[in-house]
Design a protein around this ligand. Structure first.
Ligand SMILES: Nc1ncnc2c1ncn2[C@@H]1O[C@H](COP(=O)(O)OP(=O)(O)OP(=O)(O)O)[C@@H](O)[C@H]1O
Ligand SMILES: [Mg+2]
Length: 263
């Protein structure tokens, strides 16, 4: 039986492209024929809103059909899976209640591994080729849960003056989680929101390519307003505008992910 690969998109720096990358890489993998489950781990619900409209997301929040309930009640994630409307692409939505998830976890036994336990049956069933998890822009017990439930970490970094700020903390956090979950692997850093002509893009790439033990994805994502239009319409960019530059870039990034995990 094939093994399900779990990948978390995390960076404590806000707005670095985590949710956009998780949604669009997920969509591209599903289009290649892989079966993909997306897990929205952020109270901002941006990954959920990438596929479902606001009314539907609020409904799933109200009905408790979301990740918060699964984790709080330590239930099998299977009960919380929805289809995104695209073949091979499913989703566990988030809820604004995720803002109190740290509090919920606090008193639980082996609290770093609650999400891993919720995912266990689905992961072991081998139904999905990939489970992709979108993390909030924090570093704490909840992100630790997301990482302890993952085989790989991808850190999206925005090519901006402050894009590298705090990255050292992210690397330190990764090292701490690895002590708890030794199989966690840093797959790489993916640069997003790139203006090639701006100096800080070159600086970002220079810095990252000189950072030891860190793979820098060859495919990066340039700034493209189609991404925002697509998100406004709750669609992956490749659906909203198939000819968009970023659609091709996300396809190439997804192919690079495949080559790195040997799928
Ligand atoms: N390539 C791009 N071109 C233009 N805009 C982009 C691009 N990638 C992301 N954005 C925009 O940048 C903003 C931040 O992106 P995104 O929400 O994916 O980051 P994030 O790291 O998930 O943020 P947060 O830390 O708040 O969860 C969004 O408004 C998104 O529309
Ligand atoms: Mg996000």
């Amino acid at each position: 039986m094939k093994k399900t690969i779990t990948i978390c998109f995390a960076n404590n720096k806000g707005g670095s492209g985590k949710s956009t990358t998780c949604a669009n890489v997920g969509y591209e993998l599903s289009k290649m024929g892989y079966k993909v489950l997306l897990i929205d781990g952020d109270m901002q619900m941006n990954l959920s809103l990438s596929f479902l409209d606001e009314d539907r997301v609020l409904e799933t929040a109200k009905n408790g059909e979301n990740l918060y309930t699964a984790v709080k009640e330590q239930k099998d994630i299977k009960e919380f899976i929805l289809n995104t409307g695209y073949e091979n692409l499913d989703l566990v939505p988030s809820s604004t209640l995720m803002s109190s998830i740290e509090y919920e976890l606090f008193t639980k036994w082996q609290r770093e591994f609650i999400l891993r336990k919720c995912l266990k049956n689905v992961k072991e069933s081998g139904v999905y080729d990939f489970i992709l998890l979108d993390a909030p822009p924090t570093l704490g017990g909840w992100v630790m849960n997301l990482l302890c439930a993952s085989d790989h970490l991808i850190i999206p970094v925005e090519a901006s003056p402050w894009g590298l700020f705090g990255l050292a903390n992210m690397f330190e956090f990764f090292a701490t989680v690895k002590e708890l979950s030794p199989e966690l692997n840093l797959l790489g850093v993916a640069v997003t929101k790139v203006y090639e002509r701006k100096n800080y893009f070159k600086q970002t790439v220079e810095y990252l390519s000189e950072t030891p033990d860190v793979y820098l994805f060859e495919n990066y994502i340039r700034v493209d307003s189609s991404i925002e239009w697509a998100q406004d319409n709750c669609k992956p960019v490749a659906v909203y505008k198939p000819s968009a530059r970023s659609a091709k870039e996300y396809k190439a990034l997804a192919e690079e992910v495949i080559s790195l995990v040997n799928r």
